[in-house]
Design a protein. Structure first.
Length: 270
């Protein structure tokens, strides 16, 4: 309950960065760096289970166990990347969202991608947001519901038009925060912020975008910045490069960049 209140308060003014751990260890480390909230990453968790980043790759029971692990690893509020709610029907979305909030989520997002390369029809996607809103309200926890439009990632004919149209509708359907992964242009971001105001906007930065810093995003009116699967992919990139170097050269120089065992033991020695 307190985490939900704290998380909701963060959305009232300013801009905060919400990085995305993919396991207990990464959550505990991120919690030492002064961030005010954390968020799960469906991609990072899926990769840790040798699965692709897809709403169809994981069972909701596995996701809920993961949510409990991350929530239990930190006192910070945790937002959950809950993909499309792990159900094709609104009753399933309602049940799964309620279970996610009861698992300790201070917030969660519901996206409109089907997992099959397209979006749910507009009226269906709106009904799914309404079901998620009803589920959050039914729990009596002040969790923040984020509505996501995946038009940029799916590649619709007019993605920015679809983002504006759908996110305004999701805001009207009860979403507390709005999110369009893949939006990159400052003018587009500013227009989205205006379109859904006074509700806050999340922008994900999972790869470098020239000129888009926290300071610039704050100027554009963005309230929340997440990193998606970015940090998990950084870790995977370092691991894959090191393993490939050992496999191809038979040398071990790449291990010089490893974190020290002493530092890790100190971090996790509580």
């Amino acid at each position: 309950m307190n985490a939900g209140r704290e998380f909701r308060k963060l959305h009232e003014s300013g801009c905060f960065v919400m990085p995305n751990p993919w396991d207990i260890g990464s959550a505990r480390f991120l919690a030492t760096l002064g961030f005010k909230a954390l968020a799960t990453t469906s991609a990072g968790f899926a990769f840790s289970r040798a699965c692709p980043d897809s709403p169809l790759a994981l069972e909701v029971s596995d996701v809920l166990r993961h949510v409990k692990e991350i929530v239990g690893a930190t006192e910070l509020p945790v937002n959950v990347d809950f993909q499309s709610g792990y159900s094709d029907n609104v009753d399933g979305v309602f049940a799964n969202v309620a279970a996610c909030v009861r698992a300790g989520a201070a917030g969660l997002s519901i996206e409109d991608a089907t997992g099959g390369g397209d979006l749910y029809e507009r009226h269906v996607a709106i009904d799914r947001v309404k079901a998620a809103r009803a589920a959050v309200d039914e729990t009596n926890f002040p969790a923040v519901l984020t509505g996501r439009c995946e038009a940029f990632l799916v590649g619709t004919a007019k993605p920015f038009h679809d983002v504006l149209d759908r996110l305004v509708a999701y805001a009207d359907a009860g979403a507390d925060c709005l999110f369009a992964p893949g939006i990159r242009e400052p003018d587009d971001i500013a227009q989205l912020v205006r379109a859904v105001a006074p509700k806050p906007v999340n922008v994900v930065i999972s790869s470098p975008i020239p000129g888009l810093t926290v300071a610039r995003l704050t100027q554009l009116g963005v309230r929340r910045v997440s990193l998606g699967g970015g940090l998990a992919r950084v870790a995977w990139g370092a691991f894959m490069r090191a393993a490939r170097e050992v496999a191809t050269t038979g040398e071990f120089n790449v291990l010089k960049d490893a974190a020290s065992g002493a530092e890790l033991n100190q971090l996790f020695g509580r």
